[in-house]
Design a protein around this ligand. Sequence first.
Ligand code: PLP
Length: 392
Amino acid sequence: MRSPSEKAAAFTESVIREMTRLCLEHGGINLAQGFPDFACPPELKAAAKEAIDADINQYAVTWGAPAFRQAIAAKVARTYEGWSVDPERELCVTCGSTEAMIAACLALLDPGDEVVIFEPWYENYGPDAILSGAIPRLVTLHEPEWSIDEAELRDAFGPRTRAVIVNTPHNPTGKMFSADELGLLAELCQQWDVWVFTDEIYEHIHYQGEGGHLPPAQVDGLQDRTVTINALSKTYAVTGWRVGWTIAPPEATSAIRKVHDFLTVGAAAPLQAAGVAAMNLPAEYYAGLAVAYRERRDLLCDALREAGFGFALPDGAYYVMCDTSAVDPAGDDVALARRLVTEIGVAAVPGSSFYSDRSKGASKVRFAFPKRLETLRAAGERLATLAATADR
Ligand code: PLP
């Protein structure tokens, strides 16, 4: 048999989804993959059922049902003062933010282009760049605050740079990109004529209060060079619905729409109809979401601290990237993650899966907390036995 393509050979299977499989095998509590174990808002379920009853069963408009695009644009305008999106020319509905990111990469990058990616990273970005023929150029986020070194960032940009991928709030670190950091990016992107692909799937899940999240599309100098990527997945607890979107200037949107058409044709029509109900939820929904996530974060972080893990408290998203030096002096994140799931019954992700140089993540694991409080309490009880199993 002929070998697989060089592109497919250039990256490995997702470690996160692999941990989920192992967790199922061992009946563990899955704090590896970031999906909620609680219900989505009832308004979404009612609207989805209604759409199916109304026989909304055929292809929606390829780049998104008009009512859904209008509802997204209206919600953006309500949420961010001064941000106006044209649903006819600046929006493309996709199958989750996963498709949104790869469609943006395929539409706007050429082989040989360089893409600046911050590491640790959400594991899709490397393969997204590689599948587009582009070359990832990595910039480290430095502990303890996951900060950017200005000189390193400047050094990463050059004539071959075509895009930078931002993810704020950030998975896996919980970092929120500050106005100063985005200002520096704006300067560099203008200087080198670079796109920003910004993954804002956690826009409403943060612990900074109102105004805490700053979308790059609202930063001076980035308005006309930003592709904003988002989805229903996390904000409305429907990761399995696979509905997301891009917001980008019209020329970029035309290119993204073409790529999207040939990748997937379109996202599920009845779930786009339900997406209108999601966009129409009141402001209180988002305030309640942040409060509930803060409680989850604090509960899990207390348990992790007790169990001997070190970490900077995440400012946003629903993950905590832990230093494992105290619980795993050997510094073998993969062995520790295996032990956690097979002996303790809690799945986490080995830190090395967030770094290109895997040794940088050898003393780290990531836990996710989009779970009911009772799930997190049960995980905490299991984690409390970690020291005892180490002594065996
Ligand atoms: N982007 C980030 C940063 C994520 O953490 C995730 C899921 O964990 C995704 C994208 C996937 O989003 P979707 O389910 O909408 O494809």
